[in-house]
Write a protein that binds this ligand. Structure first.
Ligand code: AGV
Ligand code: CA
Length: 316
């Protein structure tokens, strides 16, 4: 039976590539999408999402999907330089060839759209979040009844490594960005009874964008899906000599791949909490009395890249 899935993303390059990949998974039944303007901008994020569903979704599976706008705002904003990527993806010719958009924009804001979709679903729903958790925290506050209808949350966020990926003047560098954008939301979700699968920097650090990966996609560009993926990642700096603040990893794409193929990764249980304030805000820490989460701590990069490359090549 197909997994019913609701996807909330924040309009970065790997968020939008994740949407494309979800549409290629036979055993995933996407029931709704929402866009939060964290690591991207809202309007191009909405349009790009709707166009990706139009272009790469099967009509019979996607005709009733709507994309909802989030009206959530974070505590610690992302650098505008990264956020500009959304405009680039939205402008790609392959998404604009038809000149029209069929997939609808939802009337309700993201968190209420998600509540509605979960309530309407006959089966339990899996949540995939590849940006901050703000919309989920708000949904749980407004509609506690949805908790028992959620199969699990799969989230790209956090790390238990010494080093996170936030490099900001008033931070000590220990947090991951999606947690840092809204630490209070992480705290709220941790206080729920949801089962949480965390794809944190432990595993995503093992799947950087490299020239080798790029060249492989370029060699396969006769497949329109891979041409699309290659064009998207053309906006992102690869890892060449050493990591910089803008080095790109396949963070969200790994998280999405775990939904389609859990065998790619290794998982263990960690008891954890989040730091809400001060120089370490957004840092996730192991605590003996913390709430249990399933942490994806390892991945086989070769199998991962083969999986997403084959899935992309299958798109029509
Ligand atoms: O921390 C990873 C999250 C993922 O959801 N995002 C990017 C992915 O969409 C934030 C981020 C961290 N470093 C970045 C990020 C970078 N160098 N460029 C763009 N976004
Ligand atoms: Ca993201």
């Amino acid at each position: 039976m197909a997994t019913k899935l609701y996807f909330n993303h924040d309009a970065g390059v790997d968020d939008l590539v994740s949407l494309f990949l979800l549409l290629q998974m036979d055993d995933v039944d996407l029931i709704g999408v929402s866009v939060i303007p964290a690591d991207g901008y809202l309007e191009p994020g909405m349009k790009a999402s709707r166009k990706i569903i139009d272009r790469f979704g099967a009509f019979d599976k996607t005709k009733s999907i709507e994309v909802a706008r989030s009206n959530s705002r974070g505590v610690n904003p992302f650098p505008a330089e990264w956020r500009m990527h959304t405009f680039f993806v939205d402008a790609l010719p392959i998404l604009n060839e038809s000149g029209t958009i069929r997939t609808g924009a939802a009337a309700k804001p993201a968190h209420q759209h998600m509540i509605e979709q979960i309530r309407q679903s006959e089966e339990k729903v899996t949540l995939l979040f590849t940006g901050p958790l703000t919309d989920l925290a708000r949904a749980l506050d407004e509609a506690p009844d949805i908790e028992e209808k959620i199969e699990k949350l799969v989230w790209m966020g956090g790390t238990f490594n010494e080093k996170g990926n936030v490099q900001e003047p008033e931070h000590d560098g220990t947090a991951e960005w999606n947690a840092f954008w809204d630490p209070e939301a992480v705290h709220r979700v941790w206080a729920s009874t949801l089962s949480i699968l965390l794809v944190a920097l432990e595993s995503t650090n093992k799947v950087p964008l490299t020239m080798e990966v790029r060249n492989r996609w370029a060699s396969l560009r006769k497949h329109e899906g891979l041409d699309f993926v290659g064009q998207c990642y053309a906006a992102c700096p690869p890892l060449v000599y050493m990591e910089t603040n803008s080095t790109y990893y396949l963070w969200d794409v790994l998280t999405t791949a775990v939904v389609g193929n859990p065998e790619l990764v290794a998982i263990k249980t960690v008891n954890s909490a989040v730091i809400k304030e001060g120089a370490s805000q957004g840092r996730t820490v192991e605590r003996a009395d913390g709430r249990p989460v399933s942490l994806v701590y390892d991945v086989d990069p070769v199998r991962f890249f083969d999986y997403i490359t084959e899935l992309s090549a299958s798109a029509v």
